[in-house]
Design a protein around this ligand. Structure first.
Ligand code: NAD
Length: 258
């Protein structure tokens, strides 16, 4: 029997979060740490991840960081190995590292296509594969960050949409393979969340930031998301409340896709 009053108590759990230096990944790190987890912050941006690690440590949280480019098999394996060496095990993997390039297909180079697909999709595969042996030991779980554009297309974002649809169907396929090991795999699909990525999109599209954010708020819950909105869904899926939930996606978008 689950104890519902304790289901969101992550004390004793070890998590690794990619894209942990910024935006949604950082919000997830903070939420997990507040809920009691020990968290390895994985990111390619060492300056920023070190800064955030220091800030969270000063606030009393048990966090460390590991530099990894999720496009690299070696980096992913080392980040997972470092987590297990430092903290003894791995219970939760959250894949949030991602990039977007707002160009249509005619404007997009092969290198740009590869960058988006490699970070957003191959990076998820590499981290999941590196983490799985440890997650099998703990009967842990994976939460991948997809997007509303895992489920529908969007303008000037063909590579991103392809990568995020890939993340969602990879999640489903991995969940099927991992059920027998007691490892659950789910996907959270956020709408527009106010992060450095979203603000960079306004720049790339040549749009006024305030107008872009106003447009992002045009949804039933009339505001853009914040990282905490996504973090709540991640904690739910990683918790015992979701023990019978695997291979699914949870749209977190203030009703944008309703
Ligand atoms: N912000 C949104 O509106 C939104 C909406 C839907 C989905 N998402 C997804 O949420 C995730 C997080 O986005 P965000 O808005 O927080 O973006 P962000 O730019 O604020 O953070 C992304 C993080 O990923 C890291 N990163 C980039 N490339 C990497 C690599 N090769 N290896 C390791 N780390 C790398 C960056 O250093 C950064 O810290 C992404 O997967 C994104 O696609 C974001």
């Amino acid at each position: 029997m689950k104890k519902f009053s304790e289901a969101l108590d992550f004390r004793g759990k070890v998590a690794a979060v990619t894209g942990a230096a910024s935006g949604i990944g950082l919000g997830v790190v903070q939420a997990l740490a507040e809920a009691g987890a020990t968290v390895m912050m994985v990111d390619v941006d060492v300056t920023r991840v070190r800064l955030e690690r220091d800030r969270l440590k000063q606030a009393g949280f048990e966090v460390e960081f590991s530099r990894a480019d999720v496009r690299s098999e070696k980096d992913c394996e080392e980040a997972v190995a470092e987590t297990v060496k430092k903290f003894g095990k791995l219970d939760i993997l959250v894949n949030s590292a991602g990039v977007i390039i707002r160009k249509d297909v005619l404007e997009m180079s092969e290198e740009e296509w590869d960058l988006v697909l490699d970070v957003n999709l191959k990076g998820v595969f590499l981290m999941c594969r590196a983490a799985l042996p440890h997650l099998i030991e703990t009967k842990g779980s994976i939460v991948n960050i997809g997007s509303g554009w895992s489920l529908k297309g969007g303008p000037k974002a063909a590579a991103y949409c392809a990568s995020k649809a890939g993340v969602l169907n990879f999640t489903r396929a991995l969940a099927i393979d991992c059920g027998k090991y007691g490892v659950r795999v789910n996907c959270v699909c956020p709408g527009d969340v106010d992060t450095p990525m979203l603000r960079k999109e306004a720049l790339e599209l040549g749009l006024d930031l305030e107008e872009f954010l106003r447009e992002a708020a045009a949804r039933p819950v009339q505001r853009p998301g914040i990282p905490d909105d996504v973090a709540g869904a991640v904690l739910f899926l990683a918790s015992p409340l979701a023990d019978w939930i695997t291979g699914t996606s949870l749209v977190v978008d203030g009703g944008g896709l309703a």
